[in-house]
Structure formats: structure tokens, C-alpha cells
Design a protein around this ligand. Structure first.
Ligand code: HEC
Length: 130
């Protein structure tokens, strides 16, 4: 009888674990823009992150080379296709921790994006690339 209960409890725990693991994490879609032909302004959730972590360089008055690649001050002048491909590049850089540059992160530890912020950026990039 004891063995029977042990097996029953084990089965129950396995089922619960599988259910928890297999349930997709809910994603917040409220502040993600759907792409149109014209470029969209940055969602606040994204703007707050790039303002803190990227715009020292990637903005008017920042680093010339950086803003020739991505300039967040000029984001709304990019059309939807350009925004989508830049957003992809941004997600990629953040995921592999290529940006912000290492030296900048060392001198600005508060600017280093958190894992949650990287996820926000990549969800935004995904939505722009639908
Ligand atoms: C200290 C300055 C600095 C900061 C801060 C910085 N970058 Fe950069 N970034 C650069 C420079 C310089 C380049 C150009 C490097 C090169 O091409 O060799 C660049 C290039 C890039 C590129 C490549 C563009 C392309 O078209 O492939 C992306 C994407 C990028 N940065 C995203 C970001 C993001 C996102 C952040 C914030 C999380 C960030 N950067 C923060 C300096 C910076």
C-alpha cells in the first residue's frame, strides 16, 4: 500500500512539473507596436531602456559612428522595414551582450540592461518583424 501511494504521489509531481514547464510564459503585448509602412515611435518600455543604456552614443550629439548605425533620436524617420531590421540587430547585440560596449558597461554599471530588459527588447523586435 505504501508503495502504491509513493507511485501515485510521484506521478502527480511529474504531471505538475510537466504542466508548469510546458505552459508558455505570458508576454505583455500592450506596449508592442504592430508594424505598418510608416515607422512607429518607440514604445515607452523600449525608450526607457535605450535612453538609459544606448543613447549616450546612439543619438544626436552622441558617438558619430554609433549613430550612423542606429540613431534613436531619428527613430521615427526610419520606415517600418528599417525599424524592423534595426530592431533585430539590436536584439541580437543585446542577447550576445555585444552592446553596450564592454568599457561603457564597466564605467556605467547602472546602464547595463537586465535580462528582463533584453527580453522586452527582443519581444518588441519580434513584433516589428511579424
Ligand atoms: C559607448 C557608446 C555606445 C553605447 C552606450 C552603445 N553603443 Fe551600440 N554601437 C557603438 C558603436 C561605436 C557602434 C559601431 C561599431 C562598429 O560598427 O564597429 C555601435 C553599433 C551598434 C549596432 C550595430 C548596428 C548595425 O546596423 O549593425 C547595434 C545594433 C547597436 N550598436 C546597438 C546598441 C544598443 C541596443 C545599445 C544599448 C543597449 C548600444 N548599442 C549602446 C557604440 C555604443
Amino acid at each position: 500500500m505504501k508503495t502504491f501511494f509513493f507511485i501515485l504521489i510521484s506521478l502527480f509531481m511529474v504531471t505538475m512539473t510537466v504542466t508548469i514547464v510546458a505552459t508558455p510564459h505570458s508576454t505583455r503585448t500592450s506596449d508592442i507596436f504592430i508594424s505598418a509602412d510608416d515607422g512607429q515611435p518607440l514604445a515607452d518600455s523600449v525608450m526607457n531602456i535605450v535612453k538609459n543604456a544606448c543613447m549616450d552614443c546612439h543619438a544626436d550629439g552622441g558617438n558619430g559612428m554609433a549613430s550612423s548605425r542606429v540613431n534613436f533620436s531619428k527613430w521615427t524617420t526610419y520606415n517600418a522595414d528599417k525599424q524592423a531590421s534595426k530592431a533585430n540587430a539590436i536584439c541580437k547585440e543585446l542577447t550576445k551582450r555585444g552592446m553596450p560596449p564592454k568599457k561603457f558597461c564597466e564605467s556605467h554599471p547602472d546602464a547595463v540592461p537586465t535580462q528582463a530588459q533584453v527580453t522586452t527588447i527582443c519581444n518588441w523586435a519580434k513584433a516589428l518583424n511579424k
